[in-house]
Design a protein around this ligand. Structure first.
Ligand SMILES: O=C(O)CNC(=O)[C@H](CS)NC(=O)CCC(=O)C(=O)O
Length: 260
């Protein structure tokens, strides 16, 4: 976990050097366990987490907002897969708990049962104001369920986030088209910070951190670089968000299908 904090501190330095107002870090930035038992045993509450306390200090020192995916203890011997927003004073001001858990058994592909160690969240967090616009939070596998992103669009999100640790085969097949679709249909920026490279002998992540414009264009893409932590940088143009919504209103037919 201290190695992960050091990597995140490198990313903070790079973000500050690039003049960023906010830094978006991946899902599970604190650690990726090699078993359900290890995932549970490593979870710390934020008050006792050197990783979180370290990032709060960075946020305060550098006047940088930081969005970061972590694990927190839950009841019943499980953890929560959460995303916290740390403001530029170092305070945790928002928290989202992953709603959709990744339970898959793919032939010749990943077999993962996230629900064996993780408690599922049951709330959509309303978008909130930040220096980079109104941000809506989701995590990784949530990307496959447009219902949450559409609910965030309805609540006027301007930026939506999918911090992730996608698997290699599913990433190759689905990562980019899903991110671009979510950006196009929500008419929002999509910021998707992704873990990249090997975690342990059984697990490797796809990477390709991306920022997509509300028109669906990829404005930054980190590829599979993982020798040293890298940042993707983009200007968030809130006038562009407004222009796209004005020019192409996506008025829902809630007389035909339910409101989400
Ligand atoms: O394990 C942890 O501690 C952190 N959590 C994750 O890495 C999660 C659950 S295993 N990964 C995903 O949801 C990948 C989704 C994906 O790859 C897809 O939708 O195709």
């Amino acid at each position: 976990m201290s190695a992960n904090l050091a990597q995140c501190q490198t990313l903070v330095r790079k973000a500050v050097a690039a003049g960023a107002k906010a830094l978006f870090l991946p899902e599970a930035s604190d650690y990726i366990g090699s078993s359900a038992a290890e995932t549970v045993s490593l979870a710390r509450s934020v008050e006792d987490s050197e990783f979180v306390l370290g990032l709060q200090k960075e946020a305060q020192l550098k006047n940088l907002h930081i969005n970061v995916g972590i694990h927190e203890p839950a009841s019943g011997g499980k953890v929560k897969n959460t995303l916290i927003w740390i403001d530029d004073k170092g305070a945790i001001t928002q928290r989202y708990q992953k709603v959709h858990l990744f339970d898959v058994d793919i032939k010749d592909g990943p077999v993962l049962k996230e629900s064996s160690s993780v408690e599922k969240g049951s709330e959509i967090l309303s978008p909130f104001e930040t220096p980079v616009g109104r941000v809506g939070l989701m995590i990784c596998f949530d990307l496959r369920f447009p219902e949450i992103s559409l609910a965030l669009k309805r609540q006027n999100a301007q930026v939506i986030t999918y911090p992730s640790a996608f698997t290699m085969p599913t990433g190759k097949a689905h990562w980019e088209p899903l991110l671009r679709a979510r950006a196009i249909e929500t008419q929002s920026y999509v910021i998707a910070a992704a873990q990249s490279g090997p975690h342990h002998e059984k697990r490797r992540s796809y990477g390709h951190s991306m920022i997509v414009s509300p028109w669906g264009e990829i404005v930054a893409n980190l590829g599979e670089e993982y020798q040293e932590p890298q940042i993707a940088v983009a200007d968030i143009d809130l006038d562009l968000v407004a222009k796209i919504k004005r020019e192409m209103p996506l008025l829902r037919r809630t007389d035909v299908y339910p409101v989400v």
